[in-house]
Write a protein of this length. Structure first.
Length: 396
């Protein structure tokens, strides 16, 4: 097994000869490259080594969370090097698919299971999420008009960016599918004076957003439903969904699209903001098992095909990949600042799991296959739209 890890280290070195890293084995021996000061992977036992080799990143994530392997130094740098050599324990797409299958079957987002899947992540407690999110409690990719924007400013930028794409006007009705803690609806109601409805399956999000809306005196114009998206009724001028589509699941994508078609007025505009990928994906097994049960990252062409088959007209697609990497870095920075409080709320295992989630996700957007798309569409053709994007990208 040591020899296999040495070969992996050689591949990492060849992918970036300037990188400094090392692997320290359970018997005290080690291999190192460069100045060795970048990052060190410490494999504590042969059992942990076997798990990593057998299960790829799933095995690494499990052993890192349990303490069977440790990373000294820059965790994100190790993720970058692993992505550079496409380390996944095996190069076989079939084996990756078979590895993902049990996770998928246990967490698929049926109506009965969706609420449990959402609760496992989003009901960890608002006190926890306030430790690393911005004051608006926005849990999705921000939009940095400048690299120097604060996280709070960048999240407000994102809401403004979406409002402009949707061409919101006072008095219009807006549905936010998977509204989280209500940030988008609150922004649109305060600045654009829309009438809006949002939904969530998280009790914590529902209670927080409901209270926040009342506190701001917006309960006459926007409201939140604790309901599955499949149960929503009515018709709306505009629809948005931000960071929720990843929870729909592969088999329910047609249901999601038909639901939007039913809820969005003919010619109405919709915007889907979602993590995606350019190539085939069987899901990231560790994250789908331990972080986002029921999660599925769709291919861009898969999304577009389903939209087209539903009768939507695709108007614009924007990739915000590096914006999400920056968002995750700021979340990770906030997390690290509050790590002692997180440990008090949960335990060391949870701390390690969340560190790996935040840093590996950021590395995936910078160096891997992770993308985040904003897809603007209309429900059927709409000929009364601007011919350019000037209204979206104006500076004032």
């Amino acid at each position: 097994m040591k020899r296999t890890f040495e070969q992996i280290a050689d591949r990492m070195h060849r992918s970036d000869p300037s990188a400094g890293f090392a692997i320290r084995f359970w018997d005290g021996t080690s291999v190192s490259y460069g100045n060795g000061s970048g990052v060190t992977l410490h494999i504590k036992s042969e059992k942990s080594a076997a798990a990593v080799l057998a299960k790829g990143f799933l095995g690494f994530g499990e052993e890192f969370t349990a303490g069977g392997v440790e990373v000294e130094g820059d965790l994100q740098e190790l993720c970058r090097l692993a992505l550079a050599i496409k380390f996944d324990g095996t190069s076989s797409p079939l084996l990756r698919k078979l590895r993902f299958l049990p996770v998928y079957l246990k967490t698929r987002d049926t109506e009965n299971r969706a609420a449990r899947n959402i609760s496992r992540h989003y009901d960890l407690g608002n006190d926890f999420f306030t430790l690393y999110l911005d004051p608006s409690m926005t849990y999705s990719c921000a939009y940095f008009r400048s690299p120097h924007d604060s996280l709070e400013q960048a999240q407000q930028n994102k809401y403004e960016h979406i409002c402009r794409k949707l061409m919101l006007k006072p008095g219009e009705t807006l549905l936010d599918i998977g509204c989280g803690w209500g940030g988008m609806l609150i922004y649109a109601a305060r600045k654009y004076r829309i009438k809006g409805v949002g939904n969530t399956l998280s009790t914590n999000q529902f209670e927080y957003s409901h209270g926040r809306i009342r506190e701001l005196g917006l309960d006459h114009s926007i409201s939140i439903a604790l309901a599955d998206y499949r149960k929503l009724t009515g018709q709306f001028d505009k629809i948005v969904s931000i960071g929720m589509f990843e929870h729909v699941g592969k088999e329910f994508i047609p249901v999601f699209m038909k639901t939007i078609s039913r809820l969005l007025k003919p010619g109405g505009l919709g915007l889907l903001h979602t993590i995606g990928t350019d190539a085939d994906s069987y899901g990231e097994t560790w994250a789908c098992r331990y972080i986002f049960p029921g999660g599925y990252i769709p291919k861009l062409s898969e999304i577009i095909d389903h939209m087209g088959n539903t009768g939507f007209s695709i108007l614009d697609v924007e990739n915000l990949r590096l914006h999400y990497a920056r968002t995750l870095d700021l979340w990770a920075e906030n997390f690290e600042k509050n790590i002692d409080r997180v440990r008090q709320m949960f335990d060391d295992t949870f701390v390690r799991m969340w560190k790996l989630y935040l840093h590996s996700a950021s590395a995936g957007f910078k160096h891997g296959d992770n993308r985040v798309y904003q897809i603007l569409f209309s429900n059927g053709l709409n000929n009364d739209l601007p011919w350019t994007r000037e209204g979206v990208y104006r500076t004032a």
